[in-house]
Write a protein that binds this ligand. Sequence first.
Ligand SMILES: C[S@@+](CC[C@H](N)C(=O)[O-])C[C@H]1O[C@@H](n2cnc3c(N)ncnc32)[C@H](O)[C@@H]1O
Length: 287
Amino acid sequence: MSGEVRAGSVKLTSDWMAVIRAREHVRPDAYLSDPCAAVFVTPASEAELDRVEAEGLPSQVVPIRGRLGDQTLLQSGVRQAVCLGSGTDTRAWRLPLGPAFTYYEVDLPGQLTGKREMLAAAGFPAGCDVRQAEADLRGDWTPALLDAGFSPAEPVHWIAEGLFYYLTRPEADTLLRAVTALSAPGSWLTFDGPDDGFLHDPAREGFLRGMRQRGAPFVGSFGDPVTWLAPYGWTGRAVLHRDLAAHPCPWLPAVPPHLLTPAQDVWFVQARRDQLTASPGAASGPA
Ligand SMILES: C[S@@+](CC[C@H](N)C(=O)[O-])C[C@H]1O[C@@H](n2cnc3c(N)ncnc32)[C@H](O)[C@@H]1O
């Protein structure tokens, strides 16, 4: 089976995320509120999520990264956000962002088709100006975002949830370089991604093989995301999911027990574009 990500297959992973968020939303101790997620849930996606969770999908990280992204977005003071690999993300519909806020969604061609219409039909009008761009984030995606109206002169919150799992390190480097070039001082970035150990854990071999066979291989990981970000001019902080139970994270609302086990080798990262550092150009930035 090829290690290449297949668009339709990786879209399925986004449908699983909706099921996870919908199930979290109805819990009495919900960490993330997403009333819109149920719009994307089907019996088939529920059954497939059950299967892939049994194989070892780290579902617990989804509400946690979602809450981190929500909190960062609402506290950042920015007036635009870009959700990279947005899939079934519903922030533009569920958060009180207001009509002066522009929320950009970028995903592979076809992945966002019908999303707006499904949410509207279910009685969820967008709470801000939503603009969607179709592009492969492994390629030259910035023209599509700029064509959609994105302003590089204004601070932005970049959200990349469930994305870096599918990007090799060179692809992640290229993406970060492009993101940085479009980030005015005061911009924010939140994301999650596997620790290096995740991809080499023999206990995960069955799960990782299943993802390869589905056409959605996990190929990206981080040893230390803060160190990765620094040369690009981002000041970051990061915490591993597996450390949260013993050491509650001061910049995350207290995570409830049902999301702490089983602990996962996955990073949560929040970063801010430094006010004074220069943007690394193609020549001077890290390779
Ligand atoms: C696991 S889903 C996460 C979706 C959403 N961010 C969430 O948390 O619910 C991964 C998403 O990344 C998108 N994606 C993966 N590789 C991509 C690429 N090369 N370019 C654009 N989008 C990509 C997929 O289409 C999918 O929507």
